[in-house]
Design a protein around this ligand. Structure first.
Ligand code: PLP
Length: 389
């Protein structure tokens, strides 16, 4: 057997890694599986995306390497979207970069900003590519636990000064996966101020900015003065437009950071498929209208399962954003055990809080990824597991 790097042993198990295989086995055995695990809704991508992709496929130029430049029309559509949606202006060539989904850009950013010995601040529970990026860069991932008592916010100003001095990158994600927390404006102002003071790169992960409810509008970090000095903001076609498998995202922000990330990516990938970028441009030009359909869908799923959730003891205050419910478990119930029981005994896939990092213990996450009727059935089955817990 070839020798593996020490680094490979440092990656914690990826939360979703084993689930698809087990799901296949259960389905093969005839189990009626309800999958509320990955944030991957059961709805088709927008017709405009499919049309634009089909058209683009007729053009042989679209089958060539895209490199990091990608399709200028996509960069320009990104700029128009940010201008309309957040009132922020970007140079399409210097302050935008197409991504193969936002995940790779987030993880690769650590290679562009962190050295061994540096600290990379990782919120937990959180999306696991942050810690993956930190480990790959050889830096020290420093966990920032997200706790309900602090509204799941990471208060950078409360960290010891020597930690801040060694920190080169911080990942933040609001609206948040998995807790569904949102970030107030004054919190973002405080955060940007600390990052500027200590020259820390801020990776603001914002793929759920359109999945918001009850009149809440999620901001961009670039609505905050000074953010351009230190921040990049990551976006995705995955959640808003149900295009998870297409692998298309983008990042905007500080031009030096964009340049550094472009350098790293040039050695790892050759950019998203150009025809998919053409579809992304078409979708972004209708983003607000398409996002309304997405929000309506998740709102109806949330509302449609309210009664069933109350009956099953799966109760959470309605979140202002994201299509996730972050549900507390009864005292002493281990979330990994609950996840296994839900899957093996009731055929329901949910994610254990601990799969988002140890600080997620005591919770599990439901993704509103199936219709209200199936969701209700799933919730009833989860209620049975809870009753046995
Ligand atoms: C917080 C967060 N960031 C980023 C992503 C990655 O999205 P994608 O790589 O599909 O653009 C996800 C996906 O679940 C996520 O939850």
């Amino acid at each position: 057997m070839a020798q593996l790097s020490k680094r490979i042993g440092k990656f914690p198990g990826y939360p979703l890694a084993k689930i698809p295989q087990r799901k296949r086995e259960l389905l093969a055995k005839g189990v009626d599986v309800i999958d509320l695990g990955a944030g991957d809704a059961d709805v088709p991508p927008p017709a405009v995306a499919v049309r634009a992709l089909t058209e683009a496929l007729q053009d042989p130029a679209m089958s060539r390497y895209g490199f990091q430049l990608g399709l200028p029309a996509f960069r320009e559509a990104v700029v128009r979207y940010h201008q309309r949606r957040f009132g922020t202006a970007f140079d399409p060539m210097a302050e935008v970069l197409p991504l193969l989904g936002s995940k790779e850009g987030l993880a690769h950013l650590a290679l562009a900003t962190c050295e061994p010995g540096d600290i990379c601040l990782v919120p937990e529970p959180g999306y696991q590519c942050y810690i993956g990026g930190a480990i790959a860069s050889g830096s020290e991932p420093r966990i920032a636990p997200l706790v309900a008592e602090q509204q799941f916010l990471v208060e950078l100003g409360e960290l010891p000064r020597d930690v801040l001095r060694r920190t080169r990158l911080v990942y933040l994600n609001y609206p948040n996966n998995p807790t569904a927390a949102i970030a107030p404006r004054d919190y973002l102002e405080r955060t940007v101020a600390v990052c500027r003071e200590y020259q820390i790169a801020l990776a603001y992960d914002n793929p759920y900015c359109e999945v918001t409810f009850d009149g809440y509008r999620a901001p961009s970090i670039f609505e905050i003065d000074g953010a351009r000095d230190i921040a990049l903001e990551f976006h995705s076609c995955s959640k808003t437009f149900a295009m998870t498998g297409w692998r298309l995202g983008w990042v905007v922000g500080n031009r030096e950071l964009i340049k550094a990330l472009t350098t790293v990516k040039s050695y790892h990938d050759t950019g998203p498929f150009l025809a998919i970028q053409a579809a992304g441009a078409a979708v972004l030009d209708r983003a607000e209208e398409l996002a309304k359909d997405t929000v309506r869908l998740f709102e109806s799923r949330r509302a449609g399962t309210l009664k069933a959730r109350a009956a099953a003891g799966v109760e959470v205050a309605p979140p202002k954003a994201t299509h996730y419910l972050w549900v507390p478990l009864p005292e002493g119930t281990k979330s990994a055990e609950f996840q296994t029981q839900a899957m093996e005994e009731e055929g329901v896939i949910v994610l254990a809080g601990s799969s988002f990092g140890p600080s997620g213990e005591g919770f599990f996450r439901i993704a509103l990824t199936v219709g209200a009727e199936r969701l209700t059935e799933g919730v009833e089955r989860l209620g049975r597991v809870l009753a046995r817990a």
